[in-house]
Design a binder for this molecule. Structure first.
Ligand SMILES: [Zn+2]
Ligand SMILES: [Zn+2]
Length: 163
């Protein structure tokens, strides 16, 4: 019997930008042009990224109007606080990904090229829940990273080795 490791999709009724705007309002802040640009860029597709990568991407989009580094860092922190983004620490790097509207999943992490491969396992969640029950522990979520070397990196190692 083989398990389906693909991610299930999650339906959301409110867009990330609308949700972020609400969050800012409850904190007495406004959605500025720069914040809007960052949210739209970050939510244009699902990816794992750090602040520098986002910064580079933003600079490429808007050659004239610069988004400052402090604004990027502050907005990323607000996006994490509002539950739109998830921040994880990976090999000393802070990496962000979508939390809002994105299914729970785990990662295979390539230690050579830093690639993250996402998967979801119902079996893994069953084991997690059984262990938690044994400790009378209420599960709110989990994060698993499997460390190793991806197939592409092993292939290029092999090519180098054979010269
Ligand atoms: Zn790799
Ligand atoms: Zn992920």
């Amino acid at each position: 019997m083989s398990e389906d490791y693909s991610l299930r999709s999650v339906q959301v009724s409110v867009s990330p930008l609308a949700r972020f705007t609400q969050f800012l309002q409850t904190h007495g802040k406004r959605i500025t042009e720069q914040r809007r640009l960052i949210v739209e860029t970050v939510f244009s597709h699902h990816d794992h990224f750090d602040a520098d990568e986002l910064m580079d991407h933003l600079q490429g989009l808007i050659a004239q109007r610069k988004v400052s580094r402090p604004t990027v860092y502050r907005t990323l922190a607000e996006l994490v606080e509002s539950g739109l983004l998830r921040k994880m620490s990976l090999g000393g790097r802070s990496v962000y990904e979508h939390e809002y509207g994105y299914p729970s999943h785990d990662h295979l992490h390539c230690q050579r090229c830093n690639k993250l491969i996402e998967f979801h396992s119902a079996d893994l969640e069953r084991i997690r829940d059984a262990v938690a029950r044994g400790h009378d522990f209420q599960v709110r979520g989990h994060r698993m990273f499997v460390s190793g070397i991806c197939s592409e990196c092993r292939e290029s190692d092999e090519k180098k080795r054979l010269g």
